[in-house]
Design a protein around this ligand. Structure first.
Ligand SMILES: CC(C)(COP(=O)(O)OP(=O)(O)OC[C@H]1O[C@@H](n2cnc3c(N)ncnc32)[C@H](O)[C@@H]1OP(=O)(O)O)[C@@H](O)C(=O)NCCC(=O)NCCS
Length: 149
């Protein structure tokens, strides 16, 4: 939840909506992610401390997975954690027969788009305008083979 409170501009869901979501729904999502069939969550941990998180799910479009909810604790940034999480997502997607991974990133989120471009993602040219003048989210995509290193 820290990611929604502290860096709200960069995520689609709001803290208020997430906090209002019933516990049963959170438990169902967690169970689904734990099974890892159609969605998953990777946590980067050091001892008992969770330093980063990323989610991924199989997209409606066949052969494609969507990377979501990437966040690294500010105290652990620029240590390669997000890059490691991208690699984990790519391996998970490859094991499920995907050849593409896509994601959306806010146009003003330079650390994120630099991370994704360095990892191998490229802009598709598609973008979505956010309400209330909050700017644009751009769609990025990569071939799984370019992400698994
Ligand atoms: C974006 C974010 C996930 C990066 O996490 P991170 O663990 O610090 O990233 P990494 O250490 O794996 O960085 C890998 C590469 O990405 C690029 N990068 C990452 N952060 C950067 C920054 N602040 N400025 C410029 N480039 C950056 C660099 O090329 C970096 O390689 P380098 O350190 O060797 O130069 C992190 O800043 C974050 O959680 N931001 C807030 C949440 C967010 O915006 N999530 C993404 C939503 S789409």
């Amino acid at each position: 939840m820290r990611l929604l409170r502290e860096e709200a501009d960069f995520f689609s869901a709001s803290w208020e909506d997430a906090a209002a979501r019933p516990d049963d729904e959170w438990r169902a999502s967690a169970r689904e992610a734990e099974m890892g069939t159609t969605r998953t969550v990777f946590i980067a941990a050091e001892g008992d401390s969770w330093l980063g998180v990323v989610g991924c799910y199989l997209h409606d479009q066949p052969g494609s997975a969507r990377l979501v909810s990437m966040w690294v604790d500010p105290v652990a940034r620029r240590r390669g954690i997000a890059q490691a999480l991208v690699t984990a997502v790519a391996q998970w997607a490859a094991e499920r027969g995907c050849d593409q991974v896509s994601l959306v990133v806010h146009e003003r989120n330079e650390p994120a788009w630099r991370l994704y471009e360095r990892a191998g993602f490229r802009e598709t040219g598609q973008q979505e305008e956010l309400p209330h003048g909050r700017g644009f989210k751009r769609l990025y995509s990569a071939a799984v083979v370019d992400l698994v290193r």
